[in-house]
Design a protein around this ligand. Structure first.
Ligand SMILES: CC/C=C\C/C=C/C(=O)SCCNC(=O)CCNC(=O)[C@H](O)C(C)(C)COP(=O)(O)OP(=O)(O)OC[C@H]1O[C@@H](n2cnc3c(N)ncnc32)[C@H](O)[C@@H]1OP(=O)(O)O
Length: 719
């Protein structure tokens, strides 16, 4: 797990060996201690280089070991042994030095990095802090403000910035280990006292208290209830105010609190879930490792509204050739300008050249004849999309993959418009498509494994977290969201206000409550979908209440607001009021409150007191219950898929892991009991009936989420 050799006669070389990222598992830590002893006791060795195997220095502590009983020497002690060494220690950083990997390098007396190397302390993203001395050494090395930035955000820096900040001593474009050996030779025999970072005083800016107060405020605001960023600030504050040994004690104390928190578990689960979803499988047996993607050189986008523009930008940024088709001349002109602006801004931010020349625009669908893959992004209307698919079938060369960006329409119906339904797959992007990380890849019963593999591969190229899901109304994300929204509407009918519901959800950790989010995305979007499903119009002649549709409870509140022209931010009025159409700052709207009162009076509803707990249980458990149905039907392969969709597409608070992880944390028996309670209270809402999978899981003793798959048999699979 760590190898030792002597090179150039006098330099000991310790190589970390734990593929793929040389994570610091117990055996690696033990190996370092043993190899270090060897190097220090070898009288021919005058200095030592530490490097990693296969061009990667180290990806940090082994995350798989977290939550297990610790064995082997603690990392903090390993790093002290390195720093205390009486021969110069040089870190040769290639690939990455992240987390414990960078902390290990900070224990060395010198650091040299390859120009392409990335360095960082991303522990905060895993709900932790750099607890192997990182919070104490980094501020001593680069100052408090810069250390706070890196430790509280977890951002990676490339070697040039690391050099500028003073994290590394040298950057090389050549072979890093060779350059490190040279550096090690040049410093052999030199005194080391001034090279041990733990002995440095921590420079204190004059306004230290104000600095930490400001930072704490900033971090709390950004953290939305996550505790790790706050602990990171506290640990750096200890570095700035306490001697090193006491600072290390404080770092340890804070780490123990984080380690035992559910938040760290949630974030580490997400780390592995994000990687697990790329290893997709479908109920028919297609899998990521047996399905080869088709070659894609040229992609076409049909329809240049908001979604089509974002997709075009994201595609052009991958370097692929893109043909962007929009039949309406005026829309095409506007799109050209908007796409170029977005590409230029993005390129400026990333310090690269904009890829404007990758895109050709056309008003004519014939222009896509030689595309390898087409993404249809026209208006969300089945008749229109069917027409487009018929055209695509006629125009495209044989073998072209045909993708639809529908957010909820039946992918299989679109496939049936073509001669090759096996080439049809959904690619559901989220707005704005060049920014949002999530992509739902939707396979129908006839979609070929190759089409799924191709869409997943393209998503990866576009920098998306892609999740393969089965075809059903709303797929995974919007299918669950519908119930979340509906429960929020019902709560208004029963006595809540948009402010109360939003506050409960924002305190839970959502960036925006459901009503503020609805105002932002536009109430008219859902209205059109409901009208398409015949849910947005009352059949007065049937004599049924406006609050019953298709035999179930229905709230027409959203439709009524739309009928008043209240579409949200874009019209300046929705669930809240704004200072002008397009305004961003929501304020409470007395009109809405009196509208709700008259609505309740009209329908004989008596407002009752509703608390935050009920808001959370009704909105979240309804959605979680649907998640279990999705698992039972085989629409999502596992709970990780649902959780990744919610975190990356619906701003579910990361430190709560996703809806299914949250259910596991709350306890499945409790979720079941509360659903039963609400189902009894609202028998006209059939989806509150607990899903049979949830019942089966509870009956099998509520196994942890990692073992749900054992219980999820798929007798009801529709695929
Ligand atoms: C006791 C605590 C004491 C001190 C505190 C120290 C704490 C830490 O160090 S926490 C860990 C901090 N490090 C990180 O957060 C880095 C996490 N990894 C990454 O960001 C990336 O994996 C990478 C940039 C290192 C590589 O990216 P990429 O090339 O895209 O590969 P993958 O992400 O797909 O990863 C490949 C493979 O490696 C597994 N893996 C990555 N890092 C770790 C790790 N630190 N521990 C264990 N396993 C790791 C990852 O899960 C992938 O595995 P699979 O192929 O099985 O999916």
């Amino acid at each position: 797990m760590a190898q030792y050799s002597r090179v150039s006669g006098t330099v000991g070389l310790i190589t970390l060996q734990n593929p793929p990222v040389n994570a610091l598992c117990a055996a690696v830590r033990q190996g370092i201690v043993e190899m270090l002893k060897k190097a220090l006791s070898d009288s021919k060795v005058k200095s030592v280089v530490i490097c990693g195997q296969n061009g990667i220095f180290c990806g940090g502590a082994d995350i798989k070991e977290f939550g297990m009983n610790m064995s082997g020497p603690p990392l903090v002690q390993v790093i002290h042994a390195i720093e205390d060494a009486n021969k110069p220690m040089v870190a040769a950083i290639e690939g990455v030095a992240l987390g414990g990997g960078l902390e290990l390098a900070l224990g060395c007396h010198y650091r040299i990095a390859h120009s392409k190397a990335r360095l960082g302390l991303p522990e905060v993203i895993l709900g932790l802090l750099p607890a192997a001395g990182g919070t104490q050494r980094l501020p001593r090395l680069i100052g408090v403000p810069a250390a706070l930035d890196l430790i509280t955000t977890g951002r990676h820096v490339i070697a040039a910035e690391a050099l500028q900040l003073g994290i590394v001593d040298q950057v090389t474009d050549h072979k890093t280990v060779d350059a490190a050996v040279k550096l090690a030779q040049s410093v052999a025999g030199k005194p080391l006292d001034a090279r041990r970072i733990s002995t440095y005083p921590c420079a204190r800016p004059s306004d230290l208290d104000a600095l930490f107060e400001g930072e704490m405020q900033k971090v709390r605001q950004r953290a939305r209830g996550a505790i790790a960023p706050v602990a990171c600030v506290q640990a750096v504050q200890a570095a700035a105010t306490l001697p090193y040994t006491q600072g290390i004690e404080r770092e340890k104390e804070l780490m123990v609190t984080l380690f035992t928190s559910g938040q760290a578990r949630a974030l580490q689960y997400l780390f592995f879930s994000q990687r697990a979803v790329s290893k997709w499988s479908t109920p028919s047996g297609a899998r990521w490792d047996t399905s080869k993607p088709g070659p894609i050189h040229k992609v076409a986008v049909i329809g240049l509204g908001t979604m089509g523009r974002g997709i075009t930008v994201a595609l052009a940024q991958t370097g692929l050739s893109v043909v962007a088709v929009e039949t309406q001349e005026k829309q095409l002109m506007g799109a050209k300008k908007a796409v170029s602006n977005m590409l230029e801004q993005g390129a400026k931010r990333r310090g690269v050249a904009p890829t404007l020349d990758k895109i050709s625009y056309s008003p004519n669908i014939q222009a896509i004849a030689d595309a390898d893959l087409v993404i249809e992004a026209v208006f969300e209307d089945m008749a229109l999309k069917k027409q487009v698919f018929q055209q695509l079938a006629a125009v495209c060369k044989p073998g072209t993959f045909l993708c639809t960006n529908t957010s909820s329409l039946d992918v299989d119906q679109l496939a049936s418009q073509t001669r090759s339904p096996e080439l049809v797959v959904g690619m559901h992007f989220f707005a704005p498509a060049h920014v949002m990380k999530l992509l739902e890849v939707v396979y129908g019963p006839r979609t070929s494994p190759q089409a799924v593999a191709t869409a997943m591969e393209l998503g990866k190229k576009m920098g998306k977290v892609s999740v393969a899901v089965g075809n059903c109304q709303g797929f995974v994300g919007n299918r669950m969201l519908k119930l979340y929204l509906e429960q929020a509407f019902f709560l208004l009918e029963e006595g809540a206000t948009p402010e109360l519901v939003d506050r409960a959800l924002e305190e839970f950790g959502f960036a925006m409550g459901v009503f503020r989010m609805s105002d932002l995305s536009g109430l008219d979007v859902g209205w059109k979908v409901r009208k398409g499903l015949m849910l947005g119009e009352t059949d007065v002649s049937s004599g049924q209440s406006a609050r019953i549709r298709q035999g179930c409870r229905y709230s027409p509140l959203g439709d009524l607001l739309c009928e008043q022209g209240r579409f949200g931010q874009k019209t300046g009025q929705g669930w809240y009021q704004y200072d002008k159409p397009g305004g961003r700052v929501a304020s409470s709207d007395p009109w809405l409150h009196s509208f709700l009162e008259s609505y309740r009076a009209k329908h004989g509803l008596v407002a009752r007191h509703i608390d935050h707990q009920e808001v959370l249980e009704r909105c979240l458990y309804a959605m979680i219950n649907e998640g279990f149905r999705i698992l039972e039907e085989g629409i999502a392969a596992g709970p990780e898929d649902i959780d990744v969709i919610y975190v990356f597409g619906y701003s579910w608070p990361r430190h709560r892991g996703g809806p299914m992880f949250y259910a596991d944390m709350v306890g499945l028996a409790k979720v079941l009991e509360r659903l039963e309670h609400y189902q009894q209270a609202h028998p006209d809402v059939p989806y509150l009936q607990p899903c049979s999978l949830l019942r089966r899981l509870v009956a099998s003793g509520s196994p942890p989420i990692q073992r749900w798959r054992e219980v999820i048999k798929k007798p009801h699979s529709q695929l």
